[in-house]
Every structure is written in C-alpha cells, then in structure tokens.
Design a protein around this ligand. Structure first.
Ligand code: NAI
Length: 413
C-alpha cells in the first residue's frame, strides 16, 4: 500500500529568529526544520528555499512572485506576524500555495500597553520620570489624577478594543464605545450611537480601528475640538487615523492634557532610522515606536498559532486562516473499523466553470467511492478536497492531474 510522503522529508525553512516554541512544535510533528537568525535576499534566499516545502518568515523577508515561481516544491508559507504584504499573495495563490499569518496573537499586548498609557497620562508619569532622571525632584499632585471613575471612550470595539474595555472596567473606569458594527458589550460597557457622543463624554479616547477609507483622518481638528477640555487621546491603531498637526495644536493650546501614540503616518523602515514627528517635545505626550504588539508573549503566541496552521495544512489539507487561498475547514478522516483511512485528494485549480464537472465525470467513469467532498473558491483559484476509498485513489488522481485547469494536486495516503 502506498503511504503518505514521510514527515521527515518535509523540509521547513524558518527565517528571522522565529520564537523557539513554534520551531519545537513543527519539529515535534516530525518535520525537518532549518532556522536562520536573520532574513536573506536575492540568490542566497532562493538557494535556501528552492527545495523547501514550507517557508516561515517575519516582516524582513520578501517573497516576490519571481522567487515563488522558482520554488517548485513549496506547499505553504507562514508569515509569523500580522502583515502579509511582504509576500506576493496573488502569485502564491495562483500556484496553489496558501499563506498563513497570525493577526490576533498580539491583542492582549496592545490592550495592556493601552491600559498602562491611560494610567501614565493621568499621572504625567513619563515627564516625572524624565525629570527625576535629570535630578529634578517635582513632588506635586498638580495635573495628576486617578483613573477610577473616569470615562474611557473606545473607538473600534473589536479584538483589542473589547479587551481594553474589560481591563479598564476592572480598574473602576466607566466604559463607552463607538463601532460602525453593532457589538455585544462586555461587562458594563455601553455602545453609543455616534463619534460625537463618545468624544463629548470621554475623559480618555482610545482608537482601535483598522486602516480603511472611513478611518483615515477619523480624528481631525473638528473631532479634537469636540473632546472634553483636559482629556487624553491614545492611538495604538494606525498612524493615518489621526491628524498629528491638529493634535499637536490641541496639546499646545492645553485643550488636551496629553496623548500617547504608538503609530505614525510615516514610520521609519528599520531600527536606527531617523524619526521625525510634530508631536516631539510636547508636554505629556508618550511616543513609542510601534511596539504595541511587540512582547515575548505575543511572539510566542504568534509562533505557535502559525506553526499549528501550517501543520494542519500539511497533515489534513485544512486552509483555515489562509489570507490568499480558499478556506476549507476539514474534519478528521474517519477510519472504518478494521478498514483503511480514506485517501484525501487536495486539488487547487483555476476557478473557471466546468472543473467540478470534469472531476465528477472522472469519478463516475472510474466508479470511485467518494466519502467526503469540500469545495471553496476565491477569486481565480478553487480548492477541492475529496476523500475516497483507498483502492480508488491512484487512477483518480491521475485523471484529476490531467484536467488542464489543475494547478496542483496533493494526496494524503
Ligand atoms: P478588529 O478588526 O478586531 O477590530 C476593529 C474594529 O473597528 C471592528 O469592530 C470594526 O467594526 C471597527 N471599525 C471599523 N471601522 C470603524 C469606524 N470607522 N468607526 C468605528 N469603528 C470602526 O481589529 P483589532 O485586532 O482590534 O485591531 C485594531 C487596530 O489595532 C488595527 O488598526 C490594527 O492594525 C492595530 N494594531 C496595532 C498594533 C500595534 O503594534 N500598535 C498591533 C496590533 C494591531
């Protein structure tokens, strides 16, 4: 009987110091894993990955269409981060290579930073600390407040916003939120009907919206003017959401008592590059270099999340969590008592009418016994998974491979 491709023959290459827990997870499933501390580019990158079945990267490795076209064995790509724009997703999809990422593993880290900043702004903590470092002893209560009883206004009540909500309430804050979608309130939080309502009622406004056409410039001069005198603004979402010149004026005029920003309309590409912002040097303004999600715990969670998704795809064909391939969530293949596990055929094909008909015609002609079938399409690509009786597998696969629209077929024997 034919057996699945041996696991230790699956070659995985991981770049950019991926957290060891994810590496261990992949090794424990039996794959051969090679790791690199940094990113590679050009010929060195190609040489290292051209025979790999799985490639894992973070943000500094670029996988262009040209590179992907030369990696014939590549089954899947893991982006061990939230972003995926370092990969040519379209070329990958049209070659039947799903790309996986981990968009929500750093949610808690961003929420905790936000909570820390709410307290820091209310106590002017960063200023007091900087002064003490410079030998100044400023032991005054002026401008310092407790957060208990204050109103926190959350804009965007998704993964991060809702976590901030729970943590803020546990410190005794009153929480209101505005979201374009109707969201179930957690704890005693209350959804308000408009941004204006939120801005007028909040002692602190924190932004947790994605970057979209409707959120670009969401907080400008008008919105800042509608915030309460002496209130604070936090932006740990995306830099384009806030007009920084208007915010700088609001701080200088004393209308706002402080702000915390982790993201900027233009951010330096790498550590050490110069950073310039109209917010620099302003009183009670905390500036951080887009580190909201950057914690060891988030790195660990990301590495495990992406490793699980990759292993699940290799072992079962499941594409759940893929950003570019049709998502198919597959159940385990049941093994009948005393019998053999069905063969699972995984086929990526060009999404044009008639492919399913050709597959079914082949099945009918070969009298293949199909025990399960799952199909999803996405833009140019279709993904079909078919479980068949073991005795029916090989010839059926040959017929599927002969269909001109087939991109690639893999079989779990
Ligand atoms: P999410 O998708 O779970 O939630 C976003 C929420 O915003 C959704 O409930 C959505 O309905 C709402 N929304 C969209 N447009 C809106 C609008 N115009 N007005 C009000 N609400 C609107 O996203 P998640 O994971 O909570 O992330 C939020 C933001 O945080 C994103 O911009 C993300 O890029 C950013 N982020 C920043 C990090 C950092 O290092 N500072 C790390 C991780 C995420």
């Amino acid at each position: 009987m034919k057996t699945s491709f041996p696991k230790d023959k699956i070659e995985i290459v991981l770049f950019e110091s991926i957290h060891p827990d994810g590496v261990a997870e992949l090794e424990s499933t039996g794959y051969t894993v090679r790791t690199h501390k940094g990113a590679l580019e050009g010929d060195a990158l190609l040489e290292e990955i051209r025979r790999a079945h799985i490639v894992g990267i973070r943000s500094k490795t670029t996988l262009t269409g040209e590179v992907l076209e030369r990696c014939e064995r590549l089954l899947a790509i893991g982006c061990f981060c939230a972003g995926t724009n370092q990969v040519d997703l379209e070329t990958a999809a049209s070659a039947g290579i799903p790309v996986f990422n981990s968009p929500f593993s750093n949610t808690r880290s961003v929420a905790e930073l936000t909570i820390a900043e709410i307290v820091c702004l209310h106590r002017r903590l960063t200023e007091r600390s900087a002064a003490a470092h410079q030998g100044q002893w400023d032991k005054s209560a002026s401008g310092s407040h407790e957060v208990r009883g204050k109103t926190l206004g959350i804009v965007g009540y998704g993964h991060i916003g809702s976590q901030v909500s729970v943590l803020a309430e546990s410190m005794g804050m009153r929480v209101i939120y505005f979201d374009i979608a109707s969201k179930l309130p957690l704890g005693n939080a209350r959804q308000v009907g408009s941004m204006s309502e939120l801005l007028a009622q909040s002692d602190v406004v924190t932004l947790h919206v994605p970057e979209t056409g409707t959120t670009r410039g969401l907080i400008g001069r008008d919105e800042l003017g509608r915030m309460r005198p002496g209130s604070y603004l936090i932006n740990n979402a995306r830099g384009t959401v806030v007009d920084l010149d208007a915010l700088a004026d609001a701080i200088r005029s004393g209308h706002l008592a402080g702000a915390a920003l982790d993201v900027f309309p233009e951010e330096p590409a790498r550590t050490g590059d110069p950073f310039v912002s109209p917010m620099q040097g302003l009183s009670n303004v905390i500036l951080t270099p887009h580190i909201g999600g950057s914690t060891v715990e988030a790195q660990q969670a990301i590495s495990l999340d992406v490793a699980h998704k990759l292993a699940r795809f290799v072992d079962t064909g499941s594409t759940v969590g893929s950003v570019n391939a049709p998502e198919v969530d597959l159940p385990e293949q049941p093994t009948p008592e005393g019998g053999q596990r069905p063969h699972r055929i995984l086929n990526f094909h060009r999404n044009v009418p008639g492919v399913l008909g050709q597959i079914h015609k082949a099945a009918a002609e070969l009298r293949v016994n199909i025990s399960g079938q799952y199909l999803r399409t996405r833009e140019q690509v279709g993904y079909i998974v078919i479980d068949v009786d073991p005795s029916d597998g090989e010839e059926f696969v040959a017929r599927i491979n002969a269909i001109p629209e087939t991109i690639r077929t893999r079989v779990l024997w």
